[in-house]
Design a protein around this ligand. Structure first.
Ligand code: DC
Length: 223
């Protein structure tokens, strides 16, 4: 199949980003990390000294934002106003402010346009919370990736240990809070599309999860 979209949604810490990137690389496809886009907007909000809960002020900032979202799975360089913000968008400050920013309908509407434009390039693996439900409802394959909360917290803790001092329980609490925000918000909440394949990665290595997605993709003619 020449053009396709694989939508991968799910809560934090499922290995979604790594899986999506590896699936894209294996298929020679593009990869879009939509969470990184919400994080960039959040970083810009914090840099501007704007309260992330002030929806109008956050909406007002959007028109001034200049950022680049990479789609090469092997070269993920996120630029805000020309500066590499790959590290800055993963700090605890950004992670705790991203929920109110991503619940803001003006932010969602604005990013939706950019995400749909990038997804329309064809041969894309797009990863987030509302890809199969809102961004690309006609995706060729929709995956909803889950894992037990404790396993997700352990994975996140291992990923972020070098950058943050939090113990596993702190990571677990912050993850549970973010999932609750993402699931309960009014606009484009985190949920599996009715036609998504639910994949539980609790007992799977990353490579096994990648294999499972590639098998489902092949069944739909994606190679
Ligand atoms: O995948 P991530 O942890 O980098 O995402 C950061 C936040 O962005 C997440 O808490 C929810 C939000 N998000 C969203 O609302 N919709 C998406 N499509 C992707 C992320």
């Amino acid at each position: 199949m020449s053009d396709f979209v694989i939508a991968i949604d799910g809560p934090s810490g499922t290995g979604k980003s790594t899986v999506a990137r590896k699936v894209a690389a294996s298929l020679g496809a593009g990869y879009l990390d939509t969470g990184a886009m919400y994080r960039i907007v959040t970083l810009a909000v914090l840099n501007a000294g704007i309260d992330p809960y002030d929806d109008d002020a956050v909406a007002g900032l959007l028109a001034t934002l200049a950022f680049v979202s990479p789609t090469d799975p092997d070269a993920q360089q996120h630029l805000l106003d020309g500066a590499d913000v790959g590290g800055a968008i993963r700090t605890a400050e950004v992670t705790s402010a991203v929920s109110p920013v991503s619940a803001n309908p003006a932010v969602r509407a604005w990013l939706k346009g950019r995400q749909q434009e990038l997804a329309a390039a064809g041969r894309m693996v797009v990863e987030g919370r509302d890809i199969g439900t809102v961004i690309t409802p006609d995706a060729t394959l929709k995956i909803y990736l889950t894992a037990d909360e404790r396993v997700r917290a352990l994975r996140r803790h291992t990923d972020t240990a070098a950058r943050t001092a939090g113990d596993v329980e702190t990571v677990r609490a912050s993850l549970a809070l973010r999932d609750a925000h993402d699931t309960n918000r009014a606009h484009a909440p985190l949920m599996a599309a009715a036609d998504a394949v639910v994949l539980d990665s609790t007992d799977l290595e990353i490579s096994q999860t990648v294999e499972a997605v590639l098998t489902l993709a092949a069944e739909r003619g994606i190679r």
